[in-house]
Design a protein around this ligand. Structure first.
Ligand code: ADP
Length: 458
């Protein structure tokens, strides 16, 4: 089996004892790397003022070598905060209104990709298979090819891919598509994203979609596919069962005694639909006054990307909105919304999911959404809760037993909450079992194996 080289913006280093457990993706990639031997390269997270690149920080653990590169402050500003998070992220989440194109940032993005390639190329052996992750590194294969590398190179996009009309608003869309064409396999989360990609190529007149999800463009033929990312289902389920008796979860349980818990867990991001969700909860209480003092909505939302102004603004908006709803529908002995603005440890999170009667996952657009899968895996098989899920999350294409909602339809989401709270045990079990069976088969290891198998044969 060929050696595997994984490249991603950030690298998850091996866990030290006492560290929080790594997420499913990191564990699966580490397992694949350990089995085949390989390298995981990415940004160290450090930035310096010096223009002179520091040597790569190389650390070997077992069969894996971690290769970390520093970036300059300008690189981080332009490549990461600038183009990746202020152009590609909003565009791929269909938010043309939030994209800010600056030539300096666009140039910085391509420059840092070249820099990554220059640092990576000397580490590559002839038959290594390279797997590049996510929107930060789309042009990496093109840079490596220019340096003469002929290796198999695959790319997986963790976020959605937009339809042609949205994509074409981005001034460098053609370079981005040309970049993708240099891979041997381009993987998306869903068939819908893959179709958007194919549609864009054909609409722009730069490519053709051939039989078997092959594409031909810029003189190359390459494969496309879709691979829905997942979690370590069985392990998470075991973890949640144990976590139910964790001291913090026990306290939370006592504090909601006699009420149903509704849970929302998301990074603070405009794609997650948090303000619409709070409006829907407000509407639910207004339409169903019998639920006053009978439910608690817990929204756990750590801050993210505070350097980007939209995110900073959102922090204020969500906090004010939660306060406003608590003020208007709350009573002297009932705070309807508990808004927690920080990250919680994974075992606690698992236990809280299990405690919640409803998992409220209503992004306006999401590549997959792992919270939906974690919520399901954490449920008690004898008394599972109900997943209320946005039809615009990639996960909605698999989790058909959820109550699917359009998050822009505030009343529709409010009705789904009410329906979830009154659903019979039989129906809850039936829906949950069907989804759980799927998640047990299509877990994170299956995702990883399917992609690598297709890359090997691409
Ligand atoms: P995204 O990758 O866009 O943030 P996902 O739902 O796919 O969205 O993945 C989010 C991951 O982050 C999940 O594994 C979830 O458990 C974790 N997470 C989100 N919010 C928190 C939180 N408050 N505390 C701990 N982990 C969190």
């Amino acid at each position: 089996m060929s050696r595997l080289v994984v490249v991603s913006n950030r690298v998850t280093l091996p866990q030290k004892s006492g560290d929080a457990p790594a997420g499913g993706l990191a564990v699966a990639l580490q397992a694949a790397l350990e089995e085949r031997g390989g390298i995981w390269m990415g940004w160290s997270g450090k930035s310096s003022g010096s223009k002179e690149p520091q040597p790569l920080d190389m650390r070997t653990h077992g069969n894996i070598t971690y290769a970390l590169t520093d970036l300059t402050k300008t690189d981080v500003e332009e490549y990461y905060h600038g183009f990746a998070n202020r152009v590609l992220w909003p565009i791929c989440h269909y938010r043309l209104d939030l994209a800010e194109y600056g030539r300096k940032e666009m140039a910085g993005y391509f420059r840092v990709n070249r820099f990554f390639a220059q640092r990576l190329a000397p580490l590559i052996k002839e038959d290594d298979v390279i797997w590049v992750h996510d929107y930060h590194l789309i042009p990496l294969a093109a840079e490596l090819r220019e340096m003469g590398l002929k290796n198999k190179i695959g790319f997986f996009l963790h976020i959605p891919w937009p339809p042609a009309d949205v994509l074409f608003a981005m001034p460098v869309h053609e370079q981005i598509m040309r970049g993708l064409s240099q891979y041997d396999l381009v993987g998306f989360q869903t068939e819908h994203d893959l179709d958007n990609f194919g549609g864009g190529l054909v609409r722009e007149g730069i490519g053709e979609r051939l039989e078997g999800n092959k594409f031909s463009t810029y003189g190359r033929t390459f494969k496309g596919g879709y691979y829905s990312i997942a979690i370590e289902t069985e392990e998470f389920a075991r973890f949640a069962k144990k976590a139910y008796n964790n001291a913090i979860v026990r306290k939370a349980r006592q504090s909601v005694e006699g009420r149903d818990l509704i849970i929302g867990v998301d990074r603070l991001d405009y794609s997650k639909g948090i303000t619409q969700r709070i409006d829907a909860f407000d509407k639910f209480i207004t339409l169903n006054p019998a639920y006053q003092n009978k439910v608690t909505y817990l929204q756990i939302t750590p801050k993210s990307r505070s350097e980007v102004p939209e995110y900073e603004q959102m922090q204020r908006t969500v906090a004010e909105q939660a306060g406003r709803v608590n003020g208007s529908v709350g009573t002297v002995d009932w705070v309807p919304i508990r808004y927690v603005n920080r990250s919680v440890a994974r075992p606690v999170l698992a236990g809280l999911y299990r405690l919640a009667r409803i998992g409220l996952v209503t992004p306006l657009r999401d590549g997959m959404n792992l919270v939906a899968k974690e919520y399901l895996a954490a449920q008690d098989p004898e008394d599972p809760g109900v997943l209320v899920l946005s039809r615009f999350a990639g996960a909605a294409r698999e989790l058909t037993g959820a109550l699917l909602v359009n998050p822009y339809d505030i009343e529709g989401t409010a009705h789904a909450i009410a329906r979830g709270l009154t659903m019979s045990l039989d129906e809850r079990k039936q829906r949950w079992e069907k989804m759980m069976e799927h998640l047990k088969v299509y877990d994170i290891n299956r995702w990883c194996d399917d992609f690598l198998k297709d890359l090997a044969s691409a």
